[in-house]
Design a protein around this ligand. Sequence first.
Ligand code: SF4
Length: 264
Amino acid sequence: MKTKIEPELQLVDLPGADKQFPVIELFGPTIQGEGPLAGARSHFIRFGGCAYRCHWCDSMHAVDPKEIKKNALMLYPSQIYLVLQKLKPMAQYCTLTGGDPVMWDLQGLMEVHNWHINQDSDCISGFAVETQGAIYREWLRALSVVILTVSPKPPSSGEKPDFNVISEYAKDCAYGHNLNLKVVVFNDEDYDFARMVHKKYPSVPFYLSVGTSTPPVTAEDITKLEVLDRYKWLVEKTLADRIMKDARVLPQLHYLIWGNELGR
Ligand code: SF4
């Protein structure tokens, strides 16, 4: 379900209401297709802006500045939360995605969430954050961030992750955050990269995800059977690999159901 965002909504008396952020999509409930919450009900907020330009990005409408200008609504945290609360039935989590939500200082959104928790509102329990790990920000340590997924991009993306920043994230495990690492795999080179990442941070829960899209993509471009074939390839490769004994391998469940349909 997609709810129309109404720009006139504004609650300036709530904390954290002094900065606006580019929201591309705000939808749900749907299911989370990847990572530790795979299969869980979640809302999604897609923020505009990303430091990367991955070759196979399926969210260019939230990456390309021209598209962001066209698609984004600039909203205060309290407005974002108000729209979120209109999405029924309420899910346990709301996933902050992009683009890269960590481009922005979302401390205000965390504060608005805390305000609603204290008011005993009908609201989410917390946020799941998805980032590629190009930037680190303090607000990620907020208690409202219940799951933090960092997805260093593999060679097929054409990008080069900064492991100094990824290591900043890895330190967060010490703060008791539910950090996990996820690598999307399209080919053997990507798999070797994933192995290297898992060996570097062996104590961080590790997920492998089957790569599915190379834009322009429609739900019909890659059949579901092709996705399952790729999944089989990745599962078999992982099962034969001692290093990956504690890695979890998943297809992108939402892709199997809806392809790249927006708002899903
Ligand atoms: S990091 Fe994610 S959102 Fe950014 S360009 Fe790469 S795939 Fe797209």
